[in-house]
Design a protein. Sequence first.
Length: 235
Amino acid sequence: MSIIALVDGDIVAYRCAAANDKEDVGIAVWQADQMVTRILSETQADGWEIYLSGENNFRYQIFPDYKANRRDQPKPRHLERIREELVTLWGATICDGYEADDALGIYQSNSGHDVVYICSIDKDLLQIPGQHYNFVKREFKEVDAFGGAVQFYTQLLCGDPTDNIRGCPGVGKVKAERALKGCLTERQLYERCIGCYKVVYKDDWEKELTLCANLLYILRSENDVWSPPKLNVNS
């Protein structure tokens, strides 16, 4: 059985750089190597793909203020050196046009391998059906298609302050879960979100919902875009 670990290199690089900001660069790089080695061991992977976010992220084109709240924050001083290590030693791929998260989603959604683990701590990726491994909590989780949809629409209501995505102001996780409770299909989840957006944004609800959805949606293919779920007989 083939087991592939899809590793979120952005998380590995940032955590190891931040934790060793006052240490020698060699220590920071060593810790990153150890973290990747541990992930492969704990998932029992016999192959891996590591992705790093690069340039030209499409989200900045549709919303220039995407992650604007991070622009003035200094980066850990060893971050670029660790990224270089992940590329030269581990063969990491630097993504162009989208984020590392999207590359993980694309690979998982089109994989022919027996078992693929998305290895990250980013909650955004839990909208992707399949096997997941949180390498900080050391927890495995399997996400089905509806569970992934619930995660996405919960985020659509809550937004993501760390990325400057508004969502519905005043709606946190508890309110979002309450709003989506009882839904059985993705279409029902979407319609509940419409109701919340109409209350907050009035006539601008569709524009705001579409923007937030496109910012939050993890790609399943390189040319993928978010689109509202179609109405069906089970809705």
